[in-house]
Design a binder for this molecule. Structure first.
Ligand SMILES: C[S@@+](CC[C@H](N)C(=O)[O-])C[C@H]1O[C@@H](n2cnc3c(N)ncnc32)[C@H](O)[C@@H]1O
Length: 348
């Protein structure tokens, strides 16, 4: 996108460019993960996180009656750390491993390169589009994928709807501008009433497109998706847009192309969208309940046996970060969506 003085962009176009501009976008030019980067995600906090996901995937495959071939697809694989541990865990389950075709969908060429280095020597297909997937059952995994997709914001003022824009007064001065918006026409176009009983709406057209595509594959060939993300389930939506760099919250507009811009998923809305897409089974819980039910504490006990005290403390303090309700345990939610008849509930 070309930026000139007085140019106006809808919020989703602004986020799309800020994060994914081919040359200058945040995710296209730097590796943001880890202590020295801008933020840390669960796979980098503890390998036990990815091991629990591996157990969940293998159990789901069993619930699908152990198909001889199926697709595993990680959406937005970051630095590849989760896939590295998944692959290492699958090595211990040869029958499963022989059945599993591993795919990654990753938008950033730079991160694809980092993933290829991190998961060296393993048979993995990097997809350009989900349409490249063949007609096999599919298990999709999305950890902090949907919160990295651009959103639109709509604001109601005196019973009228406005869409939030970003006004580039000049390259250094950016400000929000809310412009009148024909919500009825938009809702007719997307065939979905997003503004019902709301004063503020956050909506990602791209996330809806992904869900539609993914669930049409699940409907056709079986399987499901596991979504792990920041989020809340209240009916009422709120403004959750935020920018993060150097492990600190930043001003969104001052961070153009230099910080991660995210939002909290509204799982109530996602459930409504799923309802419009067909007859699916969806279930949701917190990250704390999910990881605990899958046995993260028992695994930690095994791992820390015969380890020095300092190592034991490290293992458990990392787990605390993942499951404590004041850290990631409560704010992070886990959602599983499968075909209506499947009803796989492990971890929930
Ligand atoms: C917040 S990071 C999460 C990375 C990783 N899942 C983790 O937990 O560490 C979001 C990831 O999604 C990727 N991504 C964002 N939009 C995408 C899209 N439309 N298609 C594919 N990948 C995308 C980003 O490049 C990045 O790898």
């Amino acid at each position: 996108m070309k930026i000139n003085n007085n140019k106006l962009f809808t919020l989703d176009k602004f986020i799309e460019d800020s994060l994914y501009n081919k040359k200058y976008g945040y995710y296209m030019k730097k590796n943001p993960f880890g202590k020295k980067g801008d933020f840390i995600t669960s796979p980098d906090i503890s390998i036990l996180f990815s091991e629990m996901i591996a157990i969940w995937i293998i159990s789901f495959w069993e619930k699908l009656n152990c198909p001889k071939k199926f697709n595993l697809i990680e959406l937005g694989a970051g630095n590849g750390e989760m896939m590295r541990i998944l692959v290492a865990t699958f090595n211990k389950f040869p029958k499963f491993q022989n059945s599993c075709k591993i795919n990654i969908l990753e938008k950033s060429d730079l991160l694809q390169g980092i993933q290829k280095k991190n998961i060296r020597g393993k048979k993995i297909k990097w997809l350009n589009s989900l349409n490249e997937l063949n007609d096999l059952p599919c298990i999709f995994i999305a950890n902090e994928f949907f919160d990295a997709l651009p959103i639109k914001q709509f604001i109601q003022k005196e019973k009228k709807w406005f869409e939030r824009h970003v006004d580039f007064v000049n390259k250094k001065k950016l400000k929000y501008l809310d412009l009148p918006f024909d919500m009825k026409k938009f809702e007719k176009k997307i065939k979905f009433n997003i503004s019902h009983k709301q004063k503020f709406v956050e909506y990602s057209p791209l996330a809806t497109r992904y869900l539609k595509n993914i669930l049409s594959k699940v409907k056709l060939n079986g399987g499901g998706i596991l979504v792990i993300d920041y989020g809340y389930s209240d009916k009422k939506m709120k403004n959750t847009l935020q920018a993060v760099s150097g492990h600190k919250y930043r001003d969104v507009l001052n961070s153009f192309r230099n910080a991660d811009i995210t939002y909290n998923l509204n799982f109530y809305l996602i459930n409504k969208i799923i309802g419009k897409l067909g007859s699916f089974f969806s279930i949701i819980t917190t990250q704390k309940i999910f990881l605990t039910n899958l046995g993260i504490m028992e695994r930690a006990e095994i791992l820390s046996k015969n380890k020095p005290f300092s190592k034991k403390i490290e293992i458990y303090s990392r787990i605390k970060r993942l499951i404590d309700k004041n850290e990631m345990g409560q704010l992070f939610k886990v959602m599983c969506i499968t075909n209506h008849k499947n009803k796989f509930k492990l971890g929930f």
